[in-house]
Design a protein around this ligand. Sequence first.
Ligand code: NAP
Length: 324
Amino acid sequence: MLRVTICSAVLFHVCLLSCEYNGGSLDSNISSMAVQKQYFTLNTGQKMPMVGLGTYRIHGQSVIHRVIEAGLKAGYRAFDTAAVYRNEEAIGLALKTLLPKFSLSREDIFLTTKLDPGDHGVGTTTKAVKSSLKKLGTSYVDLYLVHWPGVSRLPVYSPDNAIIRSDTWRELVTLHRQGLLRAIGISNYTVQHLKELIENSHGVIPAVNQVEYHPHYKQPELLKFCQDRGILLQAYCSLGGSSDRRLLEDATVGAVAKKLDRSPAQVLLCWALQQGIGVIPKSVSPDHISDNIKLDFIISESDMVTLNSIPVVEKYAWDPTPVL
Ligand code: NAP
């Protein structure tokens, strides 16, 4: 059962946002000081920052180093990567140098990586996890996601997708119990994929479902399904992705941003947070990186209604709905 209470104190613009999920909970005290302190308590008991830094399409050691440095400086403590981004090694190396520079240790940050859809299945899953750990230079990851419900080598309509992803999950449960993966979750799972997984969970319900979610692509049924079961819904493409400006340039988003004296990106991110949805904006620009975590404001209920009624339906990333 989801409970959300939002109240704002006029003088200090302090918002107390409290959501309780079945198994996971949002425990945040959003003040003008510290959105960095906004955490979600996963169904494993770990505290996961609600704002993390996305790293898709960021490559090259010096670029990664600059991005992670700007992120740590701005207050990010969560970083999202994936085997298919081909940047795990560079992120691992950057963290090795930068954590001591910021007087931080491995335990102070939250690292997420994901299974390459080509590595689904018995044996290959464990091999892929170990390869990611080695590249990231760490003995564990905080969260490991099944990147995609489909298996690369199979057509989307093949019933074998379901059989093989169940094998993958069983293997991840073992690795989670061994402590290599502090939490396990999925990405791009629809309600149907999730129902199947929960029916055959091998004793572990996913902690997170990372999916495309923004005002041009809302998935209220999926959000409710996750929140009712204590699964954090984490949004990707919150800003519309790297190759499309339509969401950032949406007139309604722009009007709310102008009214609040914030950027469209900040409005899009705050819109998600106010619904208990985690975000992982990607940027290579130190100014954007810093802006994207300054979410010390409240979107009023009426502006939330306005944003929720944007009629555009546009998917900017891959579509998992045809995957059996
Ligand atoms: P995104 O975060 O929606 O958008 C990134 C784009 O927005 C970049 O072009 C960036 O340009 C621009 N941007 C960032 N901050 C801005 C600001 N304040 N003002 C104006 N423009 C801004 O796209 P995304 O990378 O696709 O998604 C975010 C993360 O989610 C990824 O990096 C990845 O970690 C994850 N992801 C997961 C999946 C999945 O299947 N699980 C799929 C896609 C993404 P600059 O770099 O120039 O700032």
